[in-house]
Design a protein around this ligand. Structure first.
Ligand SMILES: Nc1ncnc2c1ncn2[C@@H]1O[C@H](COP(=O)(O)OP(=O)(O)O)[C@@H](O)[C@H]1O
Ligand SMILES: [Mg+2]
Length: 455
């Protein structure tokens, strides 16, 4: 006997499904509502944007060109005739998180959709999401981070903290923090030339100050401090310097000649004293310290006026001599632990001879007015990185923010550098002044010890 189907059961199944779905929607809405209500007043607009981004992502991606289609054979279980070609849409998968500054969207790259395509779409994304700025960065291969900024975290000043022992290591240069407040380091081991460029008042001297404060407590570092501005910026720091000068070109030339003398002596002695050909293989030490030659407003000493009067000719000859010395120190000082750091408003060829600039392994740029000036310091790759372009930093909120190639990170990184108050720098200089040594003298005493040692 055939029983008719139980109509009550047949009707109950969809009803249960509908009830479960409705309950899920209610729970979901409830969770969002609770999150919204308990959120800080400042976070609520961020949450609204985050939800808009998350729930409209597929549509947005298609509209701004972040979708790709591919042609594939239909799978074996499909009821299409075997071998039929169908198209499939690829949209980068995203995870969305609300932060105090805005929304962080981590997107997995897919097909031809990588950091470049996201960067190109950034303007459109900002329009669709109705946020002032969208910034794109590659976090690691396969992952692109998009920041929809309601407030730019880089505009938040960073406070200076006393360096730890690891940070006083001359091989490490802690530059500051990135937009995610993660520490950013730049290469220092094996580096003999660093250029720091940027418009006046955007933080070059403060940046060098922070580096000085990081290194001053280390007996494995000696400083040569030269301030082309000639003002009081470096007055307090000179107490911890082996050699120091203001805008006196003759004295500067003499100091650099002395550093060159040290370089030549070190080149001769390195094998017998250290047993290696490159100091970075063993690291700088109290007896073979890193010599950090800081030349602020470096263009002051490297520019030729090409005047015809006697005074101009004398100064031009000095400038040529200084440029030659700087160039030689950067070209040959790497393996013996000499590091020249040049700060200048512009790094174009008229300010810093290209021979010097192009030999520097590390380049850092604070705000710049022109593309030409940015390219001069960071190289032509910066034109492909509009988000990290120094031209975008021309706003008082970005004083202390620089674009650079960071250690172990692809492309350019924007870094918020910490501000060291003058009193702190002064205190560090005074407390560490007893560490000043003459590296030439150390070399001769070190050699005596090495020569006396049994072989
Ligand atoms: N990292 C920073 N964070 C906040 N403010 C800064 C920072 N660096 C510099 N400043 C401010 O900007 C001013 C100018 O900085 P400075 O380093 O002298 O610029 P530059 O040497 O490029 O002309 C400083 O006096 C300070 O008030
Ligand atoms: Mg300055």
């Amino acid at each position: 006997m055939i029983h008719p189907p139980d109509t009550r059961l047949v009707m109950a199944v969809p009803a249960v499904v509908v009830a479960v779905a409705a309950l899920a929607v209610l729970v979901w809405l409830g969770a969002h509502a609770v999150r919204y209500l308990v959120a800080d007043r400042k976070l609520r607009p961020v949450l609204r944007v985050a939800w808009r981004i998350k729930y409209t992502w597929r549509r947005t991606a298609r509209r701004v060109g972040l979708a790709q289609t591919e042609r594939i054979h239909s799978p074996w279980w499909s009821n299409r005739p075997p071998g039929t070609v169908v198209t499939r849409e690829l949209i980068p998968a995203v995870t969305v998180a609300a932060e105090w500054w805005g929304v962080r969207v981590d997107a997995s790259t897919v097909g031809r959709l990588g950091v470049e395509e996201f960067t190109q779409a950034a303007g459109h994304l900002a329009d669709v999401w109705r946020v002032p700025l969208v910034r794109v960065a590659q976090v690691r291969p396969g992952l692109v981070r998009i920041r929809a900024l309601l407030h730019d975290p880089l505009t938040q000043p960073a406070t200076w903290t006393e360096p730890t022992d690891a940070e006083s290591d001359p091989a490490v240069w802690v530059a500051g923090v990135d937009a995610d407040e993660q520490p950013v380091t730049i290469r220092s081991a094996g580096v003999s030339g660093v250029v720091v460029a940027g418009l006046a008042g955007y933080g070059k001297t403060s940046f060098l100050n922070a580096r000085y404060c990081q290194l001053a407590p280390s007996p494995a570092v000696q400083f040569v401090l030269i301030d082309g501005k000639g003002g009081p910026d470096y007055d307090d720091l000179f107490t911890r310097a082996w050699l120091s000068a203001k805008d006196d070109p003759e004295q500067v030339r003499d100091h650099l000649a002395r550093v060159r003398e040290l370089m030549v002596a070190r080149q001769h002695a390195i094998r017998s004293v250290l047993g290696v050909k490159n100091v970075w293989h063993v690291g700088p030490s109290a007896s073979w310290p890193l010599v950090a030659v800081v030349i602020d407003e470096a263009h002051t000493f490297l520019n030729e006026t090409k005047g015809t009067d006697a005074q101009s000719k004398r100064l031009d000859a000095l400038a040529r001599e200084t440029a030659r010395l700087v160039e030689e120190l950067i070209r040959k000082g790497r393996n013996v632990g000499i590091q020249v750091v040049l700060a200048t408003q512009k790094a174009t060829g008229d300010a810093i001879p290209t021979k010097i600039r192009d030999n520097c392994q590390v380049a850092i740029s604070f705000a710049q007015r022109t593309s030409e000036a940015a390219t001069a310091v960071l190289g032509s790759d910066i034109t492909n990185a509009p988000d990290e372009h120094p031209r975008r930093l021309q706003d008082p909120a970005y004083v202390g923010v620089a674009s650079m190639v960071a250690h172990g990170r692809p492309g350019f990184t924007l870094v918020r550098t910490p501000y060291v108050p003058d009193a702190t720098a002064d205190a560090i200089a005074t407390a560490t002044a007893h560490l000043v040594r003459d590296p030439l003298h150390l070399l001769t005493t070190g050699r005596v010890v090495a020569d006396a040692a049994p072989r």
